[in-house]
Design a protein around this ligand. Structure first.
Ligand SMILES: O=C(O)CCC(=O)C(=O)O
Ligand SMILES: [Fe+2]
Length: 347
């Protein structure tokens, strides 16, 4: 079953007379299966305020959920009664609750024209190389990862090599080196060193972290900028098995916030001040995000089963596997985009 999608309300979201979002859905942080509270237990605690239609994971952390009520009045009562106070029915945990909005499919499918070439997007530092690996190499890479154990997230599966990527903090633990990258990626690493336009700090190119993502059809990735303090400038992503659309968004007034990148509950800064561009990533292509593309633009894979590319309708294949290769950063980031940079954020 496809899980409904929820987004954070913005100032322009429809609201009730009191200026609150007129929503039946609540986002609740600090409860969930990862702290021993099942969705059923959470539903039981919230149903004291009205009929609960469902409890869903808000993201992959296991400690943030969406509670969906049958009506907005129940949601309002629950929010007022439970937010910021220890909840005896939920092990005495203090929940942090706010409204959440159901995102309708028509809103998901906003039409951003999709380009086939990275140069059409005119985003400095963004490069797409089609046919980076051939069909035989693709087969071998897929076979290699399929012999390794997968970690199941809410909607997709992942593997981490070199350093584990932690979805709670969107960072890596630099003290926990898992070992060298596996031999099956060596040919890819070799070819990366021949990548055109690689006029970068060589430190940025000693790639030592690999995350393999496996997306079933219709599953995407929330908009995010890879945490500046976690990884160096160059981020490479190899697409295998199936295509996808990657959308790039530049928000005019954005600040770095961990919450905005950890959650499947897609945070929506005011999209009226956001430039959107989209690129088709064919299987076997390599994408490089660097400079402005890496530091200032959110990248996003829409959660669609069908994408429109030029005049063609393209159905996502049952599986897309990506290899994201990065270099873990061991010093603060000093990029030219402090407004998006956790290392340079004034708190
Ligand atoms: O699947 C991809 O190509 C992108 C993955 C990604 O953005 C990430 O792991 O941060
Ligand atoms: Fe990313």
């Amino acid at each position: 079953m496809v899980q409904p999608r929820f987004v954070r309300p913005t100032p322009s979201s429809p609201s009730s007379g009191a200026g609150e979002p007129n929503s039946s859905n609540l986002y609740a942080a600090n409860c969930g299966p990862a702290v021993g509270l099942s969705h059923d237990a959470i539903a039981a605690a919230f149903c004291a305020f009205g009929e609960v239609n469902g409890v869903y994971p808000a993201d992959e952390s296991g400690v943030r959920v969406i509670v969906s009520f049958a009506d907005p009045f129940s949601a309002k009562s629950a929010l007022e009664a439970l937010s910021g106070r220890p909840c005896p029915d939920l092990g005495g945990r203090t929940l942090h609750i706010r409204y959440s909005l159901l995102q309708l499919p028509s809103q998901v499918n906003e039409c951003v024209p999709v380009s086939l070439s990275s140069s059409d997007l005119n985003i400095p530092g963004l490069f797409l190389l089609p046919d980076f690996v051939n069909a035989e190499e693709e087969k071998q890479l897929l076979a290699a990862v399929d012999t390794q154990p997968w970690i199941g997230l809410a909607k997709r599966r992942v593997q981490h090599y070199g350093y584990e990527f932690c979805y709670g903090t969107r960072n890596v633990d630099t003290k926990n080196h898992l070992g060298e990258l596996p031999p099956f990626v060596s040919p890819v690493l070799e070819r990366i060193s021949l990548f055109p336009n690689l006029d970068y700090d060589p430190a940025s190119l000693k790639l030592d972290q690999l995350t393999v993502n496996e997306y079933p059809s219709g599953v995407g990735l929330s908009p995010h900028i890879d945490t500046h303090s976690a990884f160096e400038d160059c981020i490479f992503s190899l697409s295998l098995a199936g295509p996808c659309i990657m959308e790039f968004r530049r928000y005019s007034a954005s600040t770095w916030k961990v919450a905005s990148t950890t959650t499947d509950e897609e945070e929506k800064p005011d999209t009226s001040t956001c430039i959107k561009k989209a690129l088709y990533l064919p299987p076997r292509s390599m994408l490089l995000l660097s400079g402005e593309a890496r530091y200032a633009w959110n990248h996003y894979i829409p959660h669609h089963k069908i994408d429109k590319v030029k005049d063609k309708v393209i159905r996502r294949s049952p599986r897309r596997v990506s290899f994201t290769l990065r270099k873990v950063r061991n010093h603060p980031c000093r990029c030219e985009f402090p407004q998006y940079c956790d290392s340079q954020q004034q708190t």
